[in-house]
Ligand binder design. Sequence first.
Ligand code: GLN
Length: 399
Amino acid sequence: MTVPRISPSFPSRLPNVGTTVFTVMSALAAEHQAINLGQGFPDFPCDRKLISSVNDAMLADRNQYPPMIGIAELRYGISEKIKSLYGHYYDPESEITITAGGTQGILTTILACVSPSDEVIIIEPAFDSYQPSIEMAGGKTIAVSLEVRRDANGQVASYEIPWDALAAAINSKTRLLMINSPHNPTGMVWQKADLEHLAQLVKNTSTLILSDEVYEHMVYDGAAHHSVASHPELATRSFLISSFGKTYHVTGWKVGYVAAPLALTKEFRKVHQFNVFTINTPMQYGLASYLADASHYLNLPAFYQAKRDFFRAGLEKTLFKLLPTPGTYFQCADYSALNITQAKLNEADFCKWLTTEVGVAAIPVSAFYDHPTESGVIRFCFAKQEQTLATALQRLQSL
Ligand code: GLN
């Protein structure tokens, strides 16, 4: 019997969206056996102690549904951690919810508070899930670009927060303003004065803040991470989103959390319960016991700073121009001065060429913009073993 072929036709919910660049570049890297410095994830194992904690939970038969909002042990641990690091107390019962990673926390936040025709401000370059998430909620994205500072040769030297453009973009329709520090992809880190500036901008408005802080423990050179939780005024109107994947080298576990004041969390949970309902039980127990030892995340800046410095030192021997990396595990580099014809390629084509012909995958920064933008800048992830970075550097130094 032949089965009739059905080709359903319906309007796309995301007509302008393809497959996320991280998936595309990881597939290309695998196909060409390139060193994958594209998608951000470590190539080294997580602590065996963390795995044992999860195993223990499974063997202790903690395998049924946890509470919808996440297990108490983990929520209380997060509350204590935020209080000790940033000085703000979130009630673990009514203000902290465990999510399936940062991305689900972001989508659920947007679905919970953005209504059709509400405006949401994002600051580009922005993580590629932001804009489609706003679109799925029926909101209108207002994209404001980071100011690009160039050096005397016209190469990108740094990115700055576009305060004037932000002030001009905020109006009575602005439901949400999304910020991200440490910033993916540029590595830029917000300062205390920046939070104060933001607080002044949103004062007397009904604008809420979504603060994506998944790289909170990757801030270098002795500097501190400035969370929205550390600013009393901003904390009252913010959804603080973080994740365990980056901090504990377990990006595949997809466990994160959203901390927000009672009224915001109430709406968040209404959506969360019918989105994923809850997050897998044993990993929550494993993370809860591991979280109790602060040394793991307190040691992270030194651990990644060594990798950053190693990678930068190797790239200094090339014609790539390095952007500052005060935070994250990403190194951005301007390739426009490389002495090869491919230096004229656009960022996406340059990354494809680098992956297939040079054997090093990277991410075009243009993928973080909704409108076509070419700055000649690409992003490398340095969350890799020294040997991986060394081999990648050898290849890059041949350019
Ligand atoms: N956050 C990771 C990055 O920027 C990727 C996450 C993903 O692949 N969705 O590379």
